[in-house]
Unconditional design. Structure first.
Length: 213
């Protein structure tokens, strides 16, 4: 079973993907962590988002430390901002395509794989068995991210997070290469007024219903 979960920042797609992975024994890849690891590497190397050049960012992929993927170091707003910039670069996205497809196609010990990101169902895995697109109102998502960062000990203000997220949404949705959008055949779930349990239940019900047909 291959599942693609796409969606906007702080919409709940990562939480859903993790729960579906555990429920169906699927290997899980948060593809956004790939771009965040690259962003962290570039920031540590002294590069600024407004000055980073595409060929340099794409070439830097070979030097990133993927062991940082599960750490708080890649969950800062600074890293998120840089990640949004490099993720809009066609050369960077292309260099990550093969890695993501290989992950989905070779998962011994699991019943399949689930990948979450921005272009999984539309570009990376267009033939996925199940596709989801998760979204929520901008202010709701900004509030979630603000609380998440504050709980992690970071000093942030809602209005700053809101502005950054609005800019990121614009870059994600308007970029020429793999823009954020619902893939053909994807189930769209608006999580603005739903808790994590309700979103999970809707996704599982959809999968079970489709498998019976």
């Amino acid at each position: 079973m291959i599942i693609a979960v796409d969606g906007s920042a702080a919409s709940g797609k990562g939480t859903l993907a993790k729960r579906l992975a555990a429920h169906f024994n699927l290997a899980h890849l948060d593809t956004g962590s790939l771009y965040r690891c690259l962003a962290l590497h570039l920031l540590k190397s002294g590069y600024l988002p407004e000055k980073i050049e595409e060929p340099l960012a794409a070439a830097a992929i070979r030097d990133i430390d993927l062991s940082m993927a599960g750490t708080p170091a890649i969950r800062t707003d600074e890293v998120a901002g840089m990640a949004s910039v490099v993720a809009a670069m066609p050369m960077v996205r292309q260099n990550f395509v093969a890695f993501q497809r290989q992950f989905a196609g070779n998962r011994p010990g699991h019943a399949g794989a689930i990948l979450d990101g921005r272009d999984i169902g539309s570009v990376i895995l267009p033939d996925a068995d199940f596709k989801f697109f998760i979204d929520a109102d901008l202010e709701e998502r900004a509030g979630r991210r603000t609380r998440e960062l504050q709980d992690a000990g970071q000093s942030v203000m809602f209005r700053d997070v809101l502005e950054d997220m609005s800019d990121r949404d614009r870059r994600d949705r308007e970029r020429n290469t793999a823009p954020l959008k619902a893939a053909d055949g994807a189930l769209i779930i608006d999580t603005t007024r739903l808790d994590a349990d309700s979103v999970f239940a809707a996704a599982v019900n959809h999968i079970e219903h489709q498998r019976k047909q």
